[in-house]
Ligand binder design. Structure first.
Ligand code: PEP
Ligand code: MG
Length: 585
C-alpha cells in the first residue's frame, strides 16, 4: 500500500478497464462467525425473542429483495424465494431452535447454526441434485438469520440499493450473475487473478474491476469515497479534491477513447497486406448479445454456455436451452456462434448440478469430464444445440479435452443424438462443425491427432497457462507467474497452430490472451486464423491488426520465439507498444 497525505492508493491486478468514481459498498460475503456462549436463566427469554425477531427481519429482507429482484433471476427466482420462505417458516426448525436455546442455555446464533447444519448434512448425504440445490438455500438463509441475530447489517450482493463500487473478499460466478449491472459501478476483490471468472465477467459486462487486493475488503468501509482505475489496477480511497479532478478528466478521456472506436466498427479486420483475421466476441450472458454487435463483432467465437446453468436453481430444460441458442444464432446469422458445451466444475459450481466435493476441483470432474459422466445433462444440451443448428450457423466447441479418446467418446454421443433427432424427424445441421478447446497441455501435445478428428481448434489460454505453468489462475499470491506472454505458452501456441494447419483445420484462440493488445502482433504472426475476445477490447485488437502487414507480424513473432525468457519477450513487446500503440497500454 502506498499512502500519501491526500489519499490511500492500493495496487492490485487489472481485471477490466474503465474508471469508476463513487461510494464503496462492502460485501461481507458468505462467511458467518458464530461463537458459543453460555446464557444465564434470566437471559433465555430475551435470546428466544431475539431469534424470533431475526426470523421476521429476514422475511422482510427477502420480501424487499424479491420486489427488487433483477430480471436475471426471473422465473427461477420465484421458486427460490418460495423455498426461502418455507425454510424461514418451517416449524420443525423454529421449534427445535427455541427448545434447544432454553434447554442448553446457549446463544441463539450458535443453536440455529447447529440446527440448520443438521438439515444441511441430511440433504448433502442425499446425493441428489434437487436436494443439493436446497443445501445452498439453507446456507444462504442461515447466513441471513445469523447476521440478523447478531444485529449486523445486510450486505448481500442483491441488496445493493444505490450505485456503488462493490468490495468483496471474493465474488463467485454465482454471485456475479446476480448482480444488478445498473447499480454496480465497479468491483474490487481481495482474491482472484486476471482470468478468474469474476474478472472475465466484469469485462463481459464492461464494468471496471481490480482483483487481488489481498485484505482491502477488511480495511474499507461502506460509504467511503473511492476511485477505481481498472486498467491501471489501482484503487484510491478517500481521494482529495485534486485527485478526484484528475480522475474525472481521465474518465472522460477513456470514454472518448472508447467512442473513437465506433469509426472502425464496420471496417474489416484485415492486415495492410490483405490477410483477414476472423475477429469474434466472447459471450457469457445471452442478454449481452446486443453489446457484442455494438463493438463490431460479427460472430461469437466462444459462448460460455454454463452461465445459463449458473443462473438457475434447477436444470434448464431442453426447450429453454433451445430457445436461447436459437435466439443467439438468429441474431448473428449468417455469422457463426460457437457454443461451448457445459464447462462446469472448477470455480463454477452451479446450484442445479450436484458435483461431489473434490480436493482439486480444477483437476477434477470438470467440463467434458463431467458431461461424459452425466450424459443425461450433456444429451439435453446437445439436443438443444443441434435443434437450434437448423436455424443458424452454430458450431460446437468441447472444453477440457485432454486426449483423443475423450473426443471420440464425445463424437459418439453427438452422433447418437443426431440419429435420435433423425428418427424423430427433427431438423438439424447435419454438417455441424465440431471443435475442441486446446487448454490442457496434453491436448496441445496431441494437437495433430486431435485435429484429425475435428473441424477446428480453439486455444483457451486461461487454462492453458494455468496448467502449463502450474499456476492457479485465480490465486493472487502467484499472479506474478500468470503473465500474459509466457514463452512456454507461446511455443505451445506456435506448435498447435502448425499442427492444426498441417491437418487442414483452422485454429483460433478464445482465451483472454486473444484480447490482450500486447499479444496481438505475436498472435497474428503465429498464424492464428481467429481471435475471440471480450467485446469491449475488440476495437483495440482490430486497430492493431489493421496497422501492420502479416509479413511484419510474422517476422516479429519469429524474433520473439528466439528470445530466452518471458521477461525479455515482455520488454521487447512493451518497447514496440510504447512506440506505436501507447494508448493501448
Ligand atoms: C480458457 O481457459 O482460456 C477459456 C476460454 O475457458 P474459461 O476461461 O471459460 O475456462
Ligand atoms: Mg477454460
Amino acid at each position: 500500500m502506498n499512502s500519501t497525505k491526500e489519499a490511500q492508493l492500493f495496487e492490485g491486478i487489472s481485471a477490466s478497464p474503465g474508471i469508476a468514481i463513487g461510494k464503496a459498498y462492502v460485501l461481507s460475503g458468505d462467511v458467518v462467525k458464530v461463537e458459543q456462549c453460555d446464557l444465564k436463566t434470566s437471559e433465555i427469554e430475551k435470546e428466544i425473542s431475539k431469534f424470533q425477531k431475526a426470523i421476521e427481519k429476514t422475511k422482510d429482507e427477502l420480501k424487499r429483495i424479491h420486489r427488487k429482484a433483477s430480471i436475471k433471476i426471473g422465473e427461477d427466482g420465484e421458486k427460490l424465494f418460495n423455498v426461502y420462505k418455507m425454510l424461514l417458516e418451517d416449524s420443525l426448525i423454529i421449534d427445535e431452535t427455541i427448545e434447544r436455546i432454553s434447554k442448553e442455555r446457549k446463544n441463539a446464533d450458535y443453536i440455529y447454526n447447529c440446527v440448520l447444519a443438521k438439515f444441511q448434512n441430511l440433504l448433502e448425504s442425499a446425493d441428489d441434485e434437487y436436494f443439493m440445490g436446497r443445501v445452498a438455500d439453507i446456507r444462504d438463509v442461515k447466513r441471513r438469520v445469523i447476521r440478523n441475530i447478531q444485529g449486523k447489517k445486510e450486505s448481500f450482493i442483491n441488496s445493493i440499493a444505490e450505485k456503488s463500487i462493490i468490495f468483496a473478499r471474493e465474488l463467485t460466478p454465482l454471485e456475479t450473475v446476480q448482480l444488478n449491472k445498473r447499480l454496480v459501478l465497479a468491483f474490487v476483490t481481495d482474491l482472484g487473478g486476471k482470468t478468474s471468472h469474476a474478472a472475465i465477467m466484469a469485462r463481459s459486462l464492461q464494468i471496471p474491476a481490480v482483483v487481488g487486493l489481498r485484505d482491502l475488503s477488511n480495511e474499507i468501509k461502506t460509504g467511503n469515497r473511492v476511485i477505481v482505475d481498472g486498467k491501471a489496477g489501482e484503487v484510491i480511497i478517500n481521494p482529495s479534491a485534486n485527485t478526484l479532478e484528475k480522475y474525472r478528466k481521465k474518465q472522460e478521456k477513456y470514454i472518448n477513447f472508447t467512442k473513437r472506436f465506433e469509426q472502425i466498427r464496420d471496417l474489416p479486420c484485415r492486415t495492410r497486406d490483405g490477410k483477414d483475421i476472423e475477429l469474434s466476441a466472447n459471450l457469457e450472458f445471452p442478454d449481452e448479445i446486443e453489446t457484442v454487435k455494438t463493438y463490431g463483432a460479427k460472430g461469437i467465437g466462444l459462448y460460455r454456455s454454463e452461465y445459463l446453468y449458473l443462473m438457475k436453481n434447477v436444470l434448464p430444460s431442453e426447450d429453454e436451452l433451445y430457445s436461447e441458442y436459437n435466439r443467439i444464432a438468429k441474431h448473428v446469422k449468417p455469422n457463426p456462434v460457437i457454443i461451448r458445451t457445459l464447462d462446469i466444475g472448477g470455480d463454477k459450481q452451479p446450484r442445479c448440478i450436484n458435483i461431489p466435493q473434490e480436493e482439486n476441483p480444477f483437476l477434477g470432474l470438470r467440463a467434458i469430464r463431467l458431461c461424459l459422466e452425466r450424459k443425461d445433462i450433456f444429451k439435453t444440451q446437445l439436443r438443444a444445440i443441434l435443434r437450434a443448428s437448423a436455424q443458424g450457423n452454430i458450431k460446437i466447441l468441447i472444453p477440457m479435452i485432454c486426449c483423443v479418446d475423450e473426443i471420440m467418446e464425445t463424437k459418439k454421443v453427438i452422433a447418437d443424438i443426431q440419429n435420435e433427432l433423425k428418427n424423430e424427424k427433427i431438423p438439424f445441421d447435419e454438417n455441424i462443425d465440431i471443435g475442441v478447446m486446446i487448454e490442457v497441455p496434453s491436448a496441445a501435445i496431441l494437437a495433430d491427432l486431435i485435429a484429425k478428428e475435428v473441424d477446428f481448434l480453439s486455444i483457451g489460454t486461461n487454462d492453458l497457462i494455468q496448467y502449463t505453468l502450474a499456476v492457479d489462475r485465480g490465486n493472487e499470491h502467484i499472479s506474478y507467474l500468470y503473465k500474459n506472454l509466457p514463452l512456454s505458452v507461446l511455443r505451445i501456441i506456435r506448435d498447435v497452430v502448425d499442427a492444426g494447419h498441417r491437418q487442414g483445420v483452422w485454429v483460433g484462440m478464445c482465451g483472454e490472451m486473444a484480447g490482450s493488445p500486447i499479444a496481438t502482433l505475436i498472435l497474428l504472426g503465429l498464424g492464428l486464423d481467429e481471435l475471440s475476445v471480450s467485446p469491449a477490447v475488440l476495437p483495440e485488437i482490430k486497430t492493431i491488426i489493421r496497422s501492420v502487414t502479416f509479413e511484419e507480424a510474422e517476422k516479429l513473432a519469429e524474433k520473439v520465439l528466439q528470445l530466452s525468457s518471458s521477461k525479455s519477450v515482455e520488454n521487447f513487446i512493451f518497447k514496440i507498444m510504447k512506440k506505436n500503440y501507447s494508448e493501448f497500454l
